[in-house]
Design a protein. Structure first.
Length: 293
């Protein structure tokens, strides 16, 4: 299994993060799923084609259990690019899970798959079986449609992002800001799973400086995205772009800080807070806000 696939799954595999994602995306922030109610489920299933057995594997899969009864199996699929075959893939995953329930000869329960899409463009590929497969009108009464649950992370509202309470809020906020502003004002939220968050950002943006920054923190040190970007910037990173962070010389770093400070001033943030974020002198920030400057 490629390393990138593993790192994409690491953060979401934590029960508190998994529950947080489900509660926000399915239940509008109501805390219906509790971390203690989650059990790891088998992610791999088998299918047969051309007389051979093949494996298919979900990104993350857990059972939601309450008082000893399984309420549902919930799976996540991470996508950085829209996939036109996604309805067929999810149909295969869900069908295999139902088949496993029959083989287990236990109780039956619903299967729910969430497609977490981190792309910077809207999802324009098929969201249902009917959109992917041409079904003649005469056959439609006999062919069941199959709908995807696609969540476009970078297009979530600020209100929805704030409903997350786990480290996933940091990830979602990053993609929303980068898509909307082509820039990122770092969060002061303390990262609980530092290694998992930075590896996920590295995998999704394909910028491994996030992961490299993790090695520069002392064990037990409180880490925020502000301190992460400080480490990145110290290595000559200038400013964020749509899919990561690019190199810059000292002049580029200074310009990037000034541009960020101007945007923060336009959004009404106080100069003292901007100075804390950017490490620019207070008088320089005040000068940026002076229309005569």
């Amino acid at each position: 299994m490629p390393d990138r696939d593993i790192t994409e799954k690491h953060l979401e595999a934590y029960n508190d993060v998994f529950a947080d994602i489900v509660n926000v995306l399915l239940f509008d922030g109501q805390r219906r799923v509790h971390p203690d109610d989650l059990r790891d489920a088998r992610a791999r299933t088998l299918y047969k084609t051309d007389g051979k057995l093949h494996e298919q594997e979900r990104d993350v899969s857990k059972l939601w259990v309450s008082e000893g009864t399984v309420i549902s199996l919930i799976g996540f699929e991470n996508q950085t690019e829209a996939d036109r075959d996604m309805p067929l893939r999810v149909l295969g995953y869900d069908g295999a899970d139902y088949r496993n329930q029959l083989s287990a000869k236990g109780g039956l329960y619903p299967v729910v798959t969430l497609v977490l899409y981190f792309g910077e463009s809207p999802w324009t590929e098929p969201r249902s079986l009917y959109e992917r497969v041409s079904v003649p009108e005469a056959l439609r009464p006999f062919v069941n449609d199959y709908r995807l649950n696609v969540f476009e992370i970078a297009y979530m509202t600020d209100e929805r992002v704030k409903r997350f309470t786990s480290d996933f809020r940091i990830v979602a906020d990053y993609f929303v800001q980068m898509r909307r502003n082509r820039d990122y004002i770092p969060s002061r939220q303390t990262i609980e799973y530092v290694d998992a968050v930075l590896k996920l950002l590295s995998a999704l943006t394909r910028d491994y400086r996030f992961e490299e920054a993790q090695n520069q923190f002392r064990k037990g040190e409180a880490v925020t995205m502000l301190s992460v970007l400080d480490k990145v910037e110290a290595r000559g990173i200038a400013k964020g772009e749509a899919r990561g962070i690019v190199k810059g010389e000292a002049r580029g770093i200074a310009k990037g800080k000034a541009d960020t400070a101007r945007r923060m001033l336009m959004r009404g943030l106080p100069p003292e807070q901007i100075a804390d974020y950017t490490d620019l002198p207070l008088e320089e920030i005040e000068a940026l806000g002076d229309p005569q400057a």
